[in-house]
Design a protein around this ligand. Structure first.
Ligand SMILES: Cc1ncc(C[n+]2csc(CCOP(=O)(O)OP(=O)(O)O)c2C)c(N)n1
Ligand code: SF4
Ligand SMILES: [Mg+2]
Length: 295
């Protein structure tokens, strides 16, 4: 359905996302708290109830977010958020599918999945909580760590150039690419709402400081080095401008870099309008071969 024809959503009480959640074990001050809060607000404002949500989470401090809120949570294996989210989305297109994980999960072991999920343009929102380190395993270097960043595995400083996930997504044919900062609640909520409502794959990279291990990319550092793209008249339909913003390194732009319409995988797939896989009867299908191979 086009955005114009959609009925305005009915807001849901944000407290509903706090029901059935487990105690939060993040360090005090962790940037992921800001992401969790913004996500709950975005979902409540969009009127998406927990039972209509599929949260596919990775392994890392960030990946715990799925157990800290109410919704259907698939806590997968490290680096496999996108293939799992793809399966969920294809099997049940009635769910709002949101992938959530870290920079290590998504841009190291899981990086190979990113361009392929991007070019498929499935209706999935992928939120990466980017703290430029491996938080859960005690602060090793990550694919988005700055050059010279010192860790237990890079005692003399990181000598590898960081990956540029936004540029990778843009080059692969992304229809929605954005970046937020976990301490900026209002703009983060707006970006999340736009990404979730976007018809297609949305990559949202969120700077989410690790206060325990990353002593370089701190809240103060982001406040001094990040700025809002919208303030300089950025056109989110302009691919060249989006790429230029993605490659900017003297200052870090925040906001929606790029958003265009392109048919989703679901819409382009023959038979997409037929009964979703999840509603097909299981009787009459022969799974003995599969069971023999995997059970
Ligand atoms: C296949 C596999 N390899 C390695 C690990 C160990 N491991 C767990 S979390 C993690 C990295 C976490 O970093 P990130 O994804 O950035 O999440 P953060 O903790 O920073 O939020 C690693 C390497 C694992 N669990 N599984
Ligand atoms: S180690 Fe870092 S990323 Fe993990 S909970 Fe603590 S502050 Fe957050
Ligand atoms: Mg990380």
């Amino acid at each position: 359905m086009s955005q114009a024809l959609r009925q305005p959503p009915e807001k849901i009480d944000v407290k509903i996302y706090e029901e059935h959640s487990s105690p939060v074990w993040w360090c005090a001050g962790c940037g992921d708290f800001g992401v969790l809060k913004a996500l709950k607000i975005a979902l409540s404002e969009l009127g998406i109830a927990p039972q209509d949500l599929a949260l596919v989470t990775g392994i890392g401090c960030s990946g715990k977010i799925g157990t800290y809120m109410n919704g259907n949570n698939f806590h997968g294996t490290h680096g496999r958020i996108l293939p799992i989210a793809t399966g969920v989305r294809i099997a049940n297109p009635n769910l709002t599918v949101i992938g959530l994980g870290g920079d290590g999960d998504g841009y190291a072991i899981g990086l190979g999945h990113l361009p392929h999920t991007v070019r498929r343009n499935l209706n999935i929102t992928y939120i990466v909580m980017d703290n430029q380190t491996y938080g859960l395993t005690k602060g090793q270097v990550s694919p988005t760590s700055d050059l010279t960043y010192k860790t237990s595995t890079t005692p003399e400083g990181n000598i590898e150039a960081a990956v540029n996930p936004l540029a990778i997504a843009l080059a692969a044919g992304a229809t929605f690419v954005a970046r937020a900062f976990s301490a900026n609640q209002k703009s983060q909520v707006d970006i999340m709402k736009a990404g979730i409502q976007h018809e297609g794959f949305a990559l949202i990279n969120i700077f989410s400081p690790c206060v325990t291990y990353n002593k370089v990319n701190t809240y103060k550092w982001f406040r001094e080095n990040a700025y809002e793209l919208a303030a300089e008249g950025h056109d989110p339909k302009n691919h060249k401008q989006a790429l230029e913003a993605a490659f900017r390194s003297d200052k870090l732009p925040l906001g929606i870099f790029y958003q265009i319409d392109r048919p989703t995988f679901e819409a382009a797939r023959p038979g997409a309008t037929e009964t979703p896989m999840v509603d097909l009867p299981i009787e009459g299908q022969d799974h003995t071969g599969l069971l023999k191979d995997f059970a």
